[in-house]
Design a protein around this ligand. Structure first.
Ligand SMILES: [Zn+2]
Length: 232
């Protein structure tokens, strides 16, 4: 195998290694993003809980107030039964009747709140169902992510071993130079690139001089602009 092909294979292995490292590093963020999707539904559920508590308290208060009004009315009715004075009797009966409208009003308010509680319970049930299916999906997603990570990392030693074998075939100076260029470009892009069909550098896309092209034609050239290795 000639130098160019050996270096290209080394580069392939280096890119694979970089990709594995990049993916590994992104896993915690990916997990966070998955878990964050739950937050909205959880918040909605908590808001409904608060609304339910408020509506239930209002129901309780209304029941209490309605009972009080009924008791007050009953007292007035007793007073009216005891009075001998006709005008007082009429006045008391009228007063007692005025309680009816207030009791009716409170009762309809009570029913309204009761409907609201039922509605909230239904909404909560829907969200709880959504949360349940989301949680099981999330657990699966995280499991998949961990497995993918494990599989990727498991290929690293083989990649490194292969790389070490190939590196023995390349002279030290070239290898050090290649490593330096590869790392300087971020370690995620190929730095041994072909000259494009319009005689530009495959890395920086600048037009190459005839001298650059001639040196690449012999095997391995170099782009004087960006430092990438060039081949035909
Ligand atoms: Zn270039």
């Amino acid at each position: 195998m000639d130098l160019l092909n050996t270096l290209l294979e080394i580069q392939d292995l280096d890119l694979r290694k970089s990709e594995i490292e990049k993916q590994s590093a992104s896993i915690p963020e990916q997990k966070k993003a998955i878990v964050a999707t739950l937050k909205k539904d959880k918040l909605a559920y908590e808001a409904l809980n608060t609304q339910q508590k408020e509506a239930e308290k209002l129901c309780k208060d209304l029941t209490h107030d309605t009972d009080k009004l009924r008791q007050q009315k009953a007292k007035i009715m007793i007073q009216s039964g005891e009075t001998k004075d006709n005008s007082t009797y009429t006045k008391l009966i009228k007063e007692a009747e005025s309680y009816d409208a207030r009791v009716d009003d409170m009762e309809s308010q009570f029913l309204e709140q009761l409907d609201k509680v039922e509605d909230i319970k239904k909404q909560k049930k829907d969200i709880a169902g959504q949360l349940k299916s989301m949680i099981s999906k999330i657990e699966q997603d995280i499991k998949d992510l961990d497995l993918r990570h494990k599989n990727l990392v498991a290929t690293l030693p083989e990649t490194e071993a292969k790389r070490n074998e190939l590196a023995k075939l390349v002279d030290e100076e070239t290898l050090i130079h290649y490593d330096k260029v590869f790392q300087s470009k971020g370690g995620l892009r190929a730095v041994i690139v072909p000259i494009t069909h319009d005689d530009s550098c495959g890395f920086c896309h600048l037009k190459l001089s005839a001298k650059d092209i001639a040196s690449a034609a012999k095997g391995l050239g170099e782009c004087l602009e960006c430092g990438a290795f060039l081949h035909k």
